[in-house]
Unconditional design. Structure first.
Length: 130
């Protein structure tokens, strides 16, 4: 079964490009243009990884990440944040932080490498991670 990746970005061009790259890489992809829909999308799609922009039109990706990491049903899902205005590398080890960070403009190979790395890391079974 292919790994599932949920991409959240309010820039349709970014969604199209990243979705194409990941689909071509063998991943099953779902895209979202609004952070308000993320809870239902995660429940329905059950992603193995969330890739999202920090600066969304309707929400802050850092707050969404923090909420995902604080929720027992989603804290095990790796989150990679993408930002052109914030350097999040220093905050990667704080509580509620993303699993990784990619600065914009991003290098395609770096994006694919970071996605692959996060999906290869062992994750705890749901019963052990709670």
């Amino acid at each position: 079964m292919n790994k599932r990746i949920l991409i959240l970005d309010d820039d349709q061009d970014i969604l199209d490009i990243v979705s194409y790259l990941l689909t071509e890489g063998g991943y099953e992809v779902q895209t979202l243009a609004s952070g308000e829909q993320i809870a239902s999308a995660i429940h329905q799609f059950n992603p193995d990884l969330v890739l999202m922009d920090v600066m969304l039109a309707d929400m802050d990706g850092r707050l969404i990440c923090r909420d995902l990491k604080a929720d027992a049903s989603t804290h095990h899902i790796p989150v990679i944040l993408i930002s052109g205005t914030h350097d999040l590398a220093a905050s990667l080890h704080q509580q509620g932080a993303p699993n990784d960070f990619i600065p914009k403009p991003f290098d395609i190979e770096l994006l694919l490498q970071k996605v692959k790395h996060q999906l290869q890391l062992p994750s705890l079974p749901h019963s052990l991670s709670s």
